[in-house]
Design a protein around this ligand. Structure first.
Ligand SMILES: Nc1ncnc2c1ncn2[C@@H]1O[C@H](COP(=O)(O)OP(=O)(O)OP(=O)(O)O)[C@@H](O)[C@H]1O
Ligand SMILES: [Mg+2]
Length: 321
């Protein structure tokens, strides 16, 4: 393992292919952090609505953190709003900010400036992570639910890029500070999520390679949605023999279902092994929950499974899920 357990780092990012369960895993990590007594902020990076105000977080507010569970708060960051806040801080003249933000030219500029939405978003995350009140940090842990792989990596690497590009001045200094924190495995950890599917495993493997190349601290891989482990490899020939002996009837149907499950288990184990080898990180498996709709109970079960991993659970708090 390189670096401390994921939740002992102040900044935890969740990255992965679209639809693999990033938001679910982020919620579970947030819940685990809160259960471990850390003041935890779950950050949703608004679905990159390209500077529109369309995003209206259902339960998670964009103005101030909303308490989601004891010790767990949620906040949605929208690039446009973050940009407005940034300008407000820099210009200190509100009417000027309003004028700028309302101008069409500003929006065309903001949409065209490469990396600007990412930079203000990451800047906002950094500001939250380093925010101190009464001499102590407001948040022990931030868990950031990133957009899908390519956009997620663009966000993670933006400070380093800007630092390289900016000739001098406050932007260069600020981005250097942010890049240092985001690149430091004591402060930051990235969880890369996959599902037991070829494409998701390949994308996770490539994502980790890209993170390493950019000096960004990949901490753990999560294989989300694995089926229940019911059979051992030795069970397969026994089931096959049973089916050969009695190929028809209700019993055969049941044995076929069992065999199908056993084969799925083997396939998924192969994919987990492939992921572990490809990313060279600890892999945490999360069960597929059979539920019509993911709810807090489900997230709690996944939090328990994450908490059983020494690569994830904060030191001294590990409890079996
Ligand atoms: N372990 C699990 N068991 C059962 N269902 C799950 C599990 N993890 C995620 N899901 C379901 O899979 C769907 C996708 O999950 P989620 O929204 O977390 O993915 P995502 O990676 O954040 O997607 P997006 O890229 O669209 O943001 C959701 O319906 C979620 O409830
Ligand atoms: Mg999501």
């Amino acid at each position: 393992m390189t670096g401390p357990p994921l939740l002992d780092r102040r900044l935890c990012f969740v990255l992965g292919k679209g639809g693999v369960g990033k938001s679910t895993v982020a919620a579970a990590l947030g819940l685990l952090g809160a259960r471990a007594g850390r003041r935890t902020l779950l950050v949703e990076v608004a679905a990159r609505r390209r500077l529109s105000r369309l995003f209206a977080g259902a339960a998670i507010g964009a103005d101030r953190p909303t308490e989601l569970a004891p010790g767990l708060f949620g906040l949605s960051i929208e690039a446009e709003r973050a940009m407005e806040e940034y300008l407000d801080m820099q210009l200190k003249v509100r009417p000027l900010v309003d004028l700028l933000v309302k101008s069409r030219a500003f929006h065309s500029f903001a949409a065209a400036a490469p990396g600007l939405p990412e930079l203000v978003t990451l800047g906002k995350i950094w500001e939250l992570a380093t925010h101190v009140e009464d001499g102590r940090p407001v948040w022990d842990v931030l868990v950031v639910d990133l957009p899908a792989t390519g956009h997620g990596i663009a966000l993670l690497e933006v400070a380093g890029r800007v630092h390289e590009l900016a000739a001098s001045g406050p932007i260069r200094e600020q981005s250097a500070k942010i890049a240092e924190v985001v690149g430091h495995p004591a402060a930051t950890g990235i969880a890369v999520v996959a599902r037991p599917e070829e494409l998701a495993v390949t994308e996770a493997t490539e994502a980790v390679a890209a993170l390493r190349e950019k000096g960004l601290p990949a901490a753990v891989a999560v294989m989300n949605g694995v089926c229940a482990r019911r059979f051992t490899p030795e069970d397969v020939p026994v089931l096959e023999a049973a089916l050969a002996a009695t190929p028809d009837g209700a019993a055969a149907t049941a044995v076929r279902a069992a065999l199908a499950h056993a084969h799925r288990e083997r396939r998924e184990q192969g994919q987990s092994a492939q992921l572990a080898e490809g990313v060279d990180l600890p892999v945490v498996e999360l069960p597929e929950l059979i539920t019509a709709r993911m709810d807090l109970d489900g997230v709690g079960i996944l939090a328990g499974a994450l908490g059983a991993s020494p690569a994830v659970a904060p030191a001294g708090t590990r409890v079996a899920g």
